[in-house]
Design a protein around this ligand. Structure first.
Ligand code: NAP
Length: 511
C-alpha cells in the first residue's frame, strides 16, 4: 500500500515482490529460488525480492500462453471489444496507481521521481493508443479480371515472447505488451532482472481487468535461462527483444535456427548536430536534457555532440553551465535531476570510459568523478561528464557507454557533419539544430537512423515510430507499425470463374 510520500522518501513498503504469474495464478519459482534487487541509490536496502524463474517455469509460462492462444481463451482472438476494454482499463488503472508505480520504477532504476511520474503517464498513453487500434485491424481485398477474389486478412502472429530492458521499464514493456494484445496475441513476458517489480506491478494491475487467464504470463528470472527458452522454444511464434546489441546478436543467431520471427530494439550512440546558425540557448537545453536524462541510460541518449566550428565555444560554455547545475542525488527527492547509475558493474564501466578519455588526451570539460560523501556513499553516483575534442573514431565516439558521459567533436561543414554522424555502427536516433530548415531537412535525410529530430531532442510520440537502422535493431515499435509487428498477413484466394477445367490444368491433365 502507498501512503503519503514525504519529500526524499518513498512511501511504499519494502521489499517489493515479483512472483511468477502464469495462467492467472501467482506462484513461487520451481524449487523456491529467489533473487534480490538492491536499491541503486542505497545499496544497503533491498528493493525487491523476486522469484528466480527456472527452465521449467519458462516452459510452464509458454505452455499457458500456447493453450490460451490455441483455445482462443475468452474468444480473445476475435473479440476486439474485449481487447480494447482490457487495454483502456489498464491505462486507467496505471493512472490511478501512478504514484505507486512511479515509486517502484524510481526505486529499482534509480530514476528521479520527476522523471518517473511522466514515465508512467507515457506508458499509460501507449495502452490507450493501442486500445484504440484493437478494432481497426482491417484487411484488404482485390478482385481479379476473371472474378476471383483475393482477401488479405491480418491475424495475430501467435504466442509472443517479450524480453525487456530495465532503463525505462514500463514504457519499454508497454511498447510490446499493448500492441501484442491489441493484435490478439498471447504473451510470455521476461522482465529485466534489475526491474522485476516494475513489471509485476503492471501485470498484476492488468489482471484486475477482464483479461482471460493465460493471455499474459510473467516469468522473471535470468536472461540466460528464461530469456533463452523464449528465444528457442518452438511454441513461441515471435520474439520481441529490447536490450544491448551484443545480446541482440546472440538472440538473432539462436532464433535463426527455428526461422523465428524477431524484432530487435538495440543500442545507440546518437549524434546531436548543432550548426553555426542555431539558437544557442534552445539547442543547449535540448542537448543537456538528451545527454543526462536517466543518467544517460537511454538508448536514444544524444551522447555524441557534434558542433560546427563557429558555434563550438558558445554551446560548450552554455552546456557546461547547465551540466554543472544538475543536482545529482536521492531519486526520491523532488529537486533531484539525476540519480545513480544502475549497478556497481555499470559504474565501473562508466569510470573505465572516463579513464580512457583522459588517457587519450581528450579535454575533460566537467565531471569525471565518482560522487562521494553524505548521501552518495551507498549508491552508484557518477558526475555528469563532458569531454571535448573527442576523436569520433575512438572508443568514446564509437561505443555505447550507457551512462552520463558525453563526447564533443567539431565539424567544418554540412558534408563533414553528416559523415561524422553516420560513422558509427549504430543508427537509432539523431538530432539536428539549424535555423536553415532546408538544410536541417537535407541533413536529416542524409543520416542513417530510425528517428531524426529537428529542433528537438526527446519526442517519442506513440503515434510515430521507434526503431533502428544498422546495428540498432530491426522492426519498428509504436504507431501502426508497432501493431503490424505482431500481425501476420494471410491470403485467402477464392475462385470466381466457376470452371470445372481451368486453363492451367492442361499443363498436367490431357483431354
Ligand atoms: P541486456 O543486458 O541486453 O538485457 C536485456 C534483456 O535481455 C534482459 O531482460 C535480460 O535478462 C535479457 N537477456 C540477457 N541475456 C539473454 C539471453 N542470452 N537470452 C535472452 N535474453 C537475455 O540489456 P539491458 O542492460 O537490460 O538494457 C540496456 C540496453 O538496452 C542498452 O544497450 C540500450 O541501448 C538498449 N535499449 C534499447 C532500446 C531501443 O528501443 N532500441 C530501448 C531501451 C534500451 P537479465 O536482466 O536477466 O539479464
Amino acid at each position: 500500500m502507498t501512503s503519503q510520500r514525504a519529500d526524499g522518501q518513498y512511501s511504499i513498503e519494502l521489499p517489493l515482490s515479483c512472483p511468477l504469474l502464469i495462467d492467472g495464478e501467482e506462484g513461487a519459482a520451481t524449487g523456491g529460488g529467489e533473487f534480490q534487487r538492491e536499491n541503486p541509490a542505497n545499496t544497503r536496502e533491498v528493493a525487491t525480492v523476486a522469484a528466480r524463474g527456472t527452465l521449467e517455469d519458462a516452459r510452464a509460462g509458454i505452455a499457458a500462453a500456447r493453450r490460451a492462444f490455441d483455445s482462443n481463451a475468452g474468444n480473445w482472438l476475435n473479440n476486439y471489444k474485449l481487447r480494447e476494454q482490457v487495454l483502456f482499463r489498464t491505462a486507467q488503472l496505471m493512472r490511478e496507481n501512478s504514484d505507486r508505480l512511479a515509486q517502484v520504477v524510481s526505486l529499482e532504476v534509480g530514476m528521479p521521481m520527476r522523471q518517473a511520474v511522466p514515465h508512467i503517464a507515457a506508458a499509460a498513453d501507449i495502452f490507450e493508443f493501442y486500445a484504440g487500434l484493437a478494432g481497426k485491424i482491417y484487411g484488404e481485398s482485390f478482385t481479379l479480371p476473371n472474378g476471383s477474389l483475393i482477401n488479405l486478412v491480418k491475424e495475430p502472429v501467435g504466442v509472443v515472447g517479450l524480453i525487456t530492458p530495465w532503463n525505462f521499464p514500463l514504457t519499454q514493456t508497454a511498447r510490446k505488451v499493448a500492441p501484442a494484445l491489441a493484435a490478439g496475441c498471447t504473451i510470455v513476458l521476461k522482465p529485466a532482472s534489475y526491474t522485476p517489480a516494475a513489471a509485476y506491478e503492471l501485470v498484476r494491475l492488468m489482471h484486475e481487468t477482464d483479461i482471460p487467464a493465460g493471455v499474459l504470463n510473467l516469468v522473471p528470472g535470468p536472461g540466460t535461462v528464461v530469456g533463452s527458452e523464449l528465444v528457442t522454444s518452438r511454441d513461441i511464434d515471435k520474439l520481441s527483444f529490447t536490450g544491448e546489441t551484443g545480446t541482440g546478436k546472440m538472440i538473432a543467431a539462436q532464433a535463426a535456427t527455428e526461422v523465428k520471427r524477431i524484432s530487435l530494439e538495440l543500442g545507440g550512440k546518437a549524434p546531436y548536430l548543432i550548426f553555426d546558425d542555431a539558437d544557442v540557448e534552445a539547442a543547449s537545453q535540448a542537448a543537456v536534457f538528451g545527454m543526462f536524462r536517466n543518467a544517460g541510460q537511454a538508448c536514444g541518449a544524444t551522447t555524441r555532440l557534434l558542433l560546427e566550428d563557429g558555434i563550438h565555444d558558445q554551446v560548450l560554455e552554455r552546456i557546461t553551465q547547465l551540466t554543472r547545475a544538475i543536482e545529482v542525488g536521492n531519486p526520491a527527492a523532488n529537486s533531484t535531476d539525476m540519480g545513480p547509475v544502475i549497478s556497481a558493474s555499470q559504474e565501473q564501466v562508466v569510470q573505465e570510459y572516463i579513464k580512457f578519455g583522459m588517457d587519450a588526451g581528450f579535454e575533460l570539460v566537467t565531471g569525471g568523478n565518482k560522487l562521494q560523501g553524505d548521501g552518495y556513499n551507498d549508491g552508484y553516483y557518477v558526475e555528469p561528464t563532458i569531454f571535448d575534442g573527442v576523436d569520433n573514431s575512438s572508443r568514446l565516439g564509437q561505443e555505447e557507454i550507457f551512462g552520463p558521459v558525453v563526447a564533443v567533436t567539431t565539424f567544418r561543414d554540412e558534408a563533414e557533419a553528416v559523415e561524422l554522424a553516420n560513422a558509427v555502427d549504430f543508427g537509432l536516433v539523431a538530432g539536428v539544430w539549424s535555423a536553415d530548415y532546408p538544410r536541417a531537412m537535407r541533413v536529416a535525410r542524409g543520416i542513417r537512423a530510425g528517428t531524426v529530430w529537428i529542433w528537438d531532442n526527446y519526442a517519442q510520440p506513440v503515434e510515430g515510430i521507434w526503431g533502428g537502422y544498422k546495428q540498432s535493431g530491426m522492426g519498428r515499435e509504436l504507431g501502426y507499425h508497432g501493431l503490424e509487428d505482431f500481425l501476420e498477413v494471410k491470403q485467402i484466394f477464392t475462385d470466381g470463374t466457376g470452371l470445372t477445367s481451368k486453363p492451367p490444368y492442361g499443363q498436367v491433365i490431357k483431354g
